[in-house]
Write a protein that binds this ligand. Structure first.
Ligand SMILES: Cc1ncc(COP(=O)(O)O)c(C=O)c1O
Length: 461
């Protein structure tokens, strides 16, 4: 069978006259950018190429290959990122008004699904990862308590691994959810490499989750926006998943993105042992002897979490020094740590360069007394997200909002985990938590583009 890329190449080399979209007509002579971006291969759904939303023939077989690579029952290719798989998966697993248990450290797309589907969330707050200022795993104990408190719950939603590479015990929490008649959705956006080698954690696909979403583009050799939605049990109707994907994904999928998914799955099907082995070797060799900075080891060895807690530098300062002094761009910085993301495309050379730069910076630092680690504080949902978003609002500095109800989301991006969601009461702890971000220069974004430090509140009469 031809790969999708070969099929595209064969088609575009033929004399087929494109009297259809896209408007560049594969005429790269129009301007050099079209050539550079590979426009000569850029087609969308045309005769002979099957339909992303109704895959048949070779395309259906290629999606089966993706399912086989991870061991799921069925996989759908995503061209609108994990974001689209999260929206479609949560819609497929729920009905309007359903109660859901949600780990509060989920990505903003999960909250968009809650809002659009009119779901009632009950939040699980993971405790802090030992000694660091980010979330640890969702535990079996808190999951059991949540289901006992909310017995009508239809779906458990959690992120595993997190941005920092923290995994939850998916077997244990899925067993609990299933015993209470609920399905389990795992956001594995950061773990598309899980399960591809015994030296990476297992994928939630094989650990009892019912639906799992993965961003291929985050860690594997695939173009940005590509991902997979996996169906792993018969608790979810595949027709529902397909329907909601057709709602949330573009009706003009890019075949360049699709060829990239095809290439990535085919490459890993043939060479996952070699490629994961090379990546893991490079990671194992990365052991800079740091004195003040330190590496935090989470379940995912591919995430290099560099803690600044014992050094006289903040996460954003470390990120800026690597950028300005060494032309190394990190994935994200939080107040007292920063994340260097590795991927299958890294080599010994790239990580040696990072190690040298970290050692160089580390040599200029002094020790500092670590401030206490902090994690997202618990708060109370007073109004639904929808009710708070449609309420009359007024702006107020975050620090003066204690006791009031938020009418907006606010997050640092990345990681895109809301500090506060519409309808939640602002507590002193929450205002202090937000202040820790502002103090180190991390911008907090609101979808309504509020001035920095401000929050939209539900207007009091
Ligand atoms: C945990 C998590 N889930 C989902 C997403 C969305 O993924 P995508 O960018 O592939 O839509 C992100 C994005 O960073 C994320 O960090």
């Amino acid at each position: 069978m031809l790969t999708l890329l070969e099929q595209l190449q064969r088609y575009t080399a033929s004399d087929a006259l494109p009297m259809h979209m896209p408007g560049h007509k594969r005429n790269t002579a129009l301007s050099p950018y079209l050539q550079t971006l590979g426009a000569e291969l850029d087609v969308t759904e045309i005769h002979g190429f099957s339909d992303l939303h109704d895959p048949s023939g070779a395309l259906a077989k290629r999606m089966e290959d993706a399912a086989a690579l991870y061991g799921s029952r069925r996989a759908w290719w995503l061209v609108n990122g994990s974001t689209s798989g999260i929206l479609a998966g949560i819609f497929a697993a729920t009905q309007p008004g359903d109660e859901v248990i949600v780990a509060r450290n989920c990505h903003k797309s999960v909250y968009n699904a809650l809002l659009l589907r009119g779901l009632t969330p009950h939040y699980l707050y993971p405790t802090a990862f030992p000694g660091e200022s980010f979330s640890g795993p969702v535990t079996a104990e808190q999951t059991e308590t949540a289901f006992q408190t909310h017995p009508g719950t239809k779906l458990l939603i959690l992120t595993s691994p997190t941005y920092e590479g923290v995994t939850s015990d998916v077997v244990a929490v899925s067993t609990i959810a299933h015993a209470h008649g609920a399905a389990v959705f795992v956001d594995e956006a950061h773990g598309a490499h899980f399960g591809l080698s015994p030296d990476f954690p297992q994928s939630a696909v094989t650990l009892g989750a019912d639906l799992v979403v993965q961003s291929l583009h985050k860690t594997l050799p695939s173009l940005t926006q590509t991902g997979l939605l996996h169906l792993c049990s018969d608790r979810i109707d595949p027709a529902q998943a397909g329907f909601w994907l057709s709602v949330f994904e573009t009706s003009s999928p890019s075949y360049l993105l699709m060829a990239s998914i095809d290439g990535c799955v085919a490459l890993l099907t043939k060479q996952k042992a070699t490629l994961c082995g090379q990546w893991l070797d490079v990671l194992a060799a990365f052991r800079p002897e740091l004195k003040h900075l330190h590496l935090v080891h989470t379940a995912d060895p591919s995430k290099l979490v560099i803690s600044t807690r014992r050094a006289d530098i903040t996460g954003p300062e470390l990120m800026a020094r690597l950028r300005e002094g060494f032309h190394i761009e990190l994935e994200m910085a939080a107040a007292d740590y920063a994340i260097a993301m590795t991927g299958m495309g890294d080599t010994a050379k790239t990580l040696e360069r990072l190690a040298r730069a970290l050692l160089d910076i580390d040599g200029t630092l002094s020790p500092s007394m670590p401030s206490p680690p902090f994690a997202l504080p618990e708060t109370e949902q007073v109004l639904s997200i929808a009710a708070a978003l449609s309420a009359a609002t007024e702006q107020c500095p975050f620090r003066d909002a204690v006791g009031r109800i938020s009418a907006d989301f606010l997050w640092a991006y990345p990681p895109g985990i809301p500090l506060v969601t519409p309808g939640e009461r602002v507590t002193r702890e929450l205002a202090d938590y937000a202040a820790r971000f502002s103090a180190v220069g991390i911008t907090l974004y609101s979808p309504k583009n509020l001035p920095s430090g401000m929050l939209n509140l539900v207007k009091t009469p």
